[in-house]
Design a protein around this ligand. Sequence first.
Ligand code: GYE
Length: 329
Amino acid sequence: MKKIFFVALALALLVCVSAASADVVIAFSQIGQESDWRTANTDDLKSAIENHPGWKLVYDDGQQKQENQIKALRNFITQNVDYILFTGVVSTGWDEVLKEVNEAEIPLLLIDRIPDCADKIDYVAAFGGDFVEEGRRQVAWAGEYLKKIGKGDTDVNIVIMEGTTGASAQTGRTEGNLKALKEYPHLKLVGQQSGNFTRAEGQAVMESWLKSIDKIDVLIAQNDDMALGAIDAIKAAGKVPGKDIIILGCDSVKAAFDSIVAGEMNCTVECTPLYGKFVVPTIEALIRGEKFDKTVVHPEEGVFDMDGGIDLGTVKSIKAADVIATRQY
Ligand code: GYE
């Protein structure tokens, strides 16, 4: 009898101890590994969560496939994780699986590419780039820069290299690019194609444009990786990047800063991948029982270029060489 009592006591203690030390499990469905931005985003969120005492990360790489991400989300539900972080490769087709997340009552945090159905589902917090504004800033920079170098009234041929088709980062930046082009009628759009946010495809698209388009004066690439790939193609064609062709990227990754300082890329519009500093305090607050408004928070971002001082209305560009030492990604 005594023995049974002690066994029961030991078991009860064990249950109490493990309940007290149970980890908070945070699952993250990431898109893939297409760019430097994505790598920085993954590393930042992984280390922020893994280094937090009492938190455990369940990470899934969707490898650019929506069906993989849907499977991952359903696995998170089966595992009954405590929080889900989600960014979707494309913006549509998430309604059903995100409703399942809601029905399982797992708090959902949206980051980066916010799905179109965000208004129809529940989420506890959302942090993402202002993609339309980023696209506007790219074209405005090109237009204002051309004015500054005395080419404000000259017809200039421009190509737009888009990101992954259907990604909110692509649709938003394209919307911003095209709207802003109306403000600069001397910028003539002569090419518009997806480079899928990768360096290799950026290079291939530029190669084919250089063969098929007579004169390209400005390249707007919707991320830095594609701009860097295009720079390789421009050099291979015997042209001088940054001079013969003005080159703009987006994200502001380290490699873009290096390229600007080397005089090859002209400008990069910032889109921060560093969401750890938003996500960690938010989850801490949620654990304390706090609640947030259902809105998408856009981090404050800059524009970096060779010389600085270009006025874009909402921001003024900063000389990349002046701040390169302070960059974190
Ligand atoms: O600009 C690009 C990445 O969704 C903001 O995805 C992100 C974009 C970023 O592949 O480099």
